[in-house]
Design a protein around this ligand. Sequence first.
Ligand code: UDP
Ligand code: MG
Length: 325
Amino acid sequence: MNGIQSEFPPQLSLIVPVYNESSNLDLFYERVLKVLKPLNVSYEILFIDDGSKDDSLEKLLEIRGRDSKVKVVQFSRNFGKEIAVSAGLDLAEGKAAIPIDADLQDPPELIPSLIEKWKAGYDVVYAKRTKRMGESWLKRWTASLFYRLIAKMTNIDIPEDAGDYRLLSRAAVEQLKRLRERHRFMKGLFTWVGFKQTAVFFERDPRYSGKTKWNYWKLWNFAIEGITSFSYIPLQAASYLGLLVSVFAFFYGVFIIVFKLLHGIAVPGYASLMAAVLFLGGIQLLTLGILGEYIGRIYDEVKQRPLYVIHKTYGFDNPEVQVEK
Ligand code: UDP
Ligand code: MG
């Protein structure tokens, strides 16, 4: 046990995924404390070091040296933010949990309003961005396109412009912990568990320092993850597309036969033949690819690997907290 015995369980667990955030951590901790102190709630801050390659872990341990309410989990390698947040949810003991980014893009100053709504009876209070600062129009446009697409394709209502920054009540956390899928589209999972949900609005600042780990390729994969996690529509689309093409091919076939009977000459058809073959080949590959996306995910799920591997934990003196099913 390090330092003062804190209230157990704490009211609040902050869950902070950390990947190469060394230059943000001190300021992050400082700003969080400034917000938490006057609130007079008991808290723990769970940092999940997601295999950082810089000195983030040393920084975290240094902060923990000053504040025993800071707990640190060190992953054995980089598992990705979704998994890091999930590990945090597994380990959090608070009556409410708040996943929050370490780069100060999720302003800690919003925590009081999240808590307020929670006290008013909401189980999930998500922070909705009104403005996206420091992001290009292309990123904003593709993001909005994605939300519209996913709203059409799934039957869960994922709130637009809300990230992972939100407050989750103990009840919501317990249900989330039951979702052990390997492909974790967190925004979808947060919504899937249901409960009384509401929003709080904020302006998203640019990253304090360092670089985002996102690029368009990752965003594209993220979008595919979201859609395949919650929708079969691409699979169905493949069959409808097949149907459509067959119907077209049938009538085109009839046309060619009739043309031949009437005029007695075969249509010189290299171009149309080529077009049809290539078109069909393309569609077949596309639909195979869609099948592949789903089969790959099924394969990942059936392997039943654990979600993450913890190398070391700092500050979890309750042996029951040691994880993994
Ligand atoms: N992060 C992580 N593992 C990763 C990538 C990111 O734990 O593999 C953390 C990162 O340290 C930050 C949060 O997830 O605290 C959000 O990452 P980032 O700022 O890159 O995403 P963005 O804000 O651009 O969506
Ligand atoms: Mg960020």
